[in-house]
Design a protein around this ligand. Structure first.
Ligand code: PHE
Length: 365
């Protein structure tokens, strides 16, 4: 091929390229164009390869024409690319636009467990009356769970509560084994156990604080018991009030106000004599049945009353144990089951529902 033919070929390549450029409408077709005209095996490269066939004078002339054509095509290509790129961007942008009229996605929300709800409600009623909230350990010693609460050693009242012991049960064995594990502390405090009630927190509180004491203590307790109304782990809220001149009348007033706040103003209370070693006199508190309002039904067993609390005046022996003078101070204590109150409040007939983590049950509260 000679010089004239090559120059003509360059010229027709330019024309062809310009025509093809005008038809490009996407980034993909632009890439195809680039391969076809400017690529390693492209049309322009073909022409440049044939330069070697020309003589030394002709070569620069044709070479320059070829380069000019290349630069021209490249610069048009570049501005076209920018253009298409911009169009593509704004197309994507418009697709991303938010349709504010579409209904939103509902995010699932967490909720409180019914037992936490009831526990918080109980707490807030007493906090409003001026009580403070305390806590104690789930693993207790025989001393706090029984002895300091005036349960004499080997007294049958200890059997009432079906205790889970941790390690050996008798004081004797208890002292020896626990001495190794826990040090001399256990010498005084006896075997370890899972607390059977929240009453040990009465002792722990009175050891640390002198009267006036207005405390409640929520927490888990453990008893060897398992059926539709009993669970081996359940929850109590303990209460203790120690001050000058407190009487059984104060106990009745505080607990009646509590019961009416949680179950409704129309509710009646009844205080029956009962025995707990750490109170004297002791009482069990009944409320008029929340289902039949006292007429008698399946829930109250027909007599119209439901037992919901244990209570009593703090036994002088307990006050002496924590070095509070029973001649100067009196007090009352009470304990209630959170599950029992929640079951009555929501009409739940199987305690196990609280612990099965079934969302269909739990999300109703
Ligand atoms: N601790 C008792 C129980 O679990 C309840 C109670 C607490 C009774 C305080 C009297 C005073 O049965």
């Amino acid at each position: 091929m000679n010089k004239e033919e090559l120059l003509a070929k360059i010229e027709s390549l330019r024309t062809e390229a310009n025509g093809a450029l005008a038809a490009l409408d996407s980034l993909v077709s632009l890439q195809e164009f680039k391969v076809r005209f400017l690529g390693k095996k492209g049309l322009l490269t073909d022409i440049l390869k044939s330069l070697s066939l020309l003589g030394p004078e002709e070569r620069p002339i044709v070479g320059e024409a070829a380069n000019r054509a290349k630069t021209e095509i490249e610069s048009r290509l570049e501005s076209l690319r920018k253009n298409l790129d911009q169009k593509e961007r704004s197309r994507l942008q418009s697709q991303k636009q938010v349709d504010v009229s579409l209904p939103g996605l509902k995010l699932p929300r967490g909720f409180r467990h019914p037992l936490s709800l009831v526990e918080k409600e109980i707490e807030s009623i007493f906090v409003n009356m001026g009580f403070s909230v305390f806590e104690g350990p789930d693993i207790e010693s025989d001393y706090y769970n029984f002895e300091a609460l005036n349960f004499p050693a080997d007294h049958p009242a200890r059997e009432m509560q079906d205790t889970f012991y941790i390690g050996p049960r008798t004081m004797d064995q208890g002292q020896r084994t626990q001495e190794k594990v826990h040090g001399p502390w256990s010498m005084v405090h006896g075997p370890l156990l899972l607390r059977t009630h929240t009453s040990p927190v009465q002792i722990r509180t009175m050891e640390k604080q002198k009267p006036p004491i207005y405390m409640i203590c929520p927490g888990a307790v453990y008893r060897h018991d398992d059926d539709v109304t009993h669970s081996p782990m359940f929850h109590q809220v303990e209460g203790l009030m120690v001050d000058r001149h407190l009487t059984f009348g104060d106990l009745k007033g505080v607990l009646t106000l509590f019961c009416q706040t949680i179950f409704g103003k129309k509710l009646k209370t009844r205080f029956r004599p009962s025995f707990f070693p750490f109170v004297e006199p002791g009482a069990e508190v009944d409320i008029s049945c929340v289902l039949c309002a006292g007429k008698g039904c399946r829930v109250c067993g027909g007599d119209g009353w439901l037992e919901i609390l244990g209570a009593g005046m703090v036994h002088p022996a307990v006050l002496e144990q924590v070095k509070i003078d029973p001649k100067k101070f009196t007090g009352f204590a009470f304990g209630m089951g959170v599950e029992r109150i929640a079951m009555l409040k929501y009409g739940i007939d199987d305690i196990r529902l609280f612990y099965q983590s079934d969302m269909r049950f739990l999300e109703q509260f």
